[in-house]
Design a protein around this ligand. Structure first.
Ligand code: BJW
Length: 235
């Protein structure tokens, strides 16, 4: 099977074996926190301290984790395909930076990034690995009380949608890894890809909500199925 242009969509399952909780699995993030309180603009307006504490905790957790075999395999796939004149684009719903730590480049973080913050007064995005609070001053415009996590909450428009649409249209193959397929618009990419006649591959622990739309699937832990799939593509 020869693939020249691959678009990969990843979700929380990819980082699970690095030690980061998924959202909807048993004991996941949404079993521990009410998403309406911590992951909506309304929740942030009502209780900014709670939302800052939630993201401060997750930003701190990021410092304790490392990329797993699946992140590393995808970084290698990107390099290998580029050397052969192909292209592997990675769009992630994950807000961690494990793709980059695993060697991937040009990753599109459609739901934002934990290690970045944004000023709502001047819109400047700043790399930020420490705690953020209601009184943090914007390093660009000095406004106080205007900083928020650079995260896409429910009801907000995900980042770089036009670019993702172009990548989807150009790809020969769409691959979805470690995502439950329950959050839109990412959950709709497979239907779009099928409509455009692409091969669609699912790599996940178990069948996702829209598993019937995929033309090919491999189920098991990401650290096993992703390196094995990458090996087959490279071979
Ligand atoms: C493993 C594994 C292992 C485990 N190995 N696999 C009806 C229709 C369409 C849309 C809507 C609708 N009703 C409401 C909406 C809108 C809403 C939405 O989709 N809601 C649904 C819940 C219904 N969407 C939005 O609001 C989005 N914005 C939007 O739609 O704007 C409108 C618009 C868009 C485009 C153009 C014009 C207008 C924004 C969504 C923002 C999502 N934000 C979050 C939280 C913020 C980030 C953070 O704090 O971390 O992003 S929610 C959360 O879910 C997070 C994730 O990125 C996202 C997806 O979760 P993911 O990655 O799939 O994780 P899980 O836990 O669900 O699944 C894990 C999977 O891994 C499972 O399948 C496991 O089996 C597997 N797994 N271990 C391999 N070891």
């Amino acid at each position: 099977m020869q693939h020249k242009n691959i678009l990969i969509l990843t979700g929380a399952g990819l980082s699970a074996e690095s030690g980061l909780d998924t959202f909807r699995d048993k004991g996941g993030v949404w079993a521990q926190y009410d998403y309406r309180e911590v992951a909506t603009p309304e929740g942030f307006a009502a209780n900014p301290d709670l939302v800052h504490a939630f993201y401060n905790m997750r930003r701190a957790a990021l410092k304790t984790v490392t990329p797993n075999a699946a992140h590393i395999a995808l970084g290698k796939l990107q390099n290998d395909m580029a050397a052969k004149g192909g292209r592997v684009s990675i769009v992630t719903q994950n807000v961690d930076d494990l793709h980059e730590a695993g060697g991937a480049e040009g990753v599109i973080h459609m739901h934002g990034e934990l290690a970045k913050v944004r000023c709502v007064a001047c819109e400047t995005v700043t790399e930020w690995r420490e705690d953020l609070g209601r009184n943090t001053q914007c390093p660009a415009c000095s406004a106080v009380g205007a900083m928020r996590p650079h995260i896409v909450w429910f009801g907000e428009i995900p980042m770089e949608m036009d670019r993702i649409g172009g990548l989807l249209a150009d790809a020969d193959v769409f691959v979805s890894i470690g995502t439950s397929g329950s959050v839109y618009p990412a959950a709709g990419f497979v239907a779009e890809a099928r409509q455009l006649g692409k091969t669609c591959v699912e790599l996940n622990l178990e069948p996702s909500e829209n598993h019937t739309l995929f033309t090919d699937a491999r189920y098991g832990p990401a650290t096993e199925v992703v390196p094995a799939w990458v090996q087959d593509i490279i071979a």
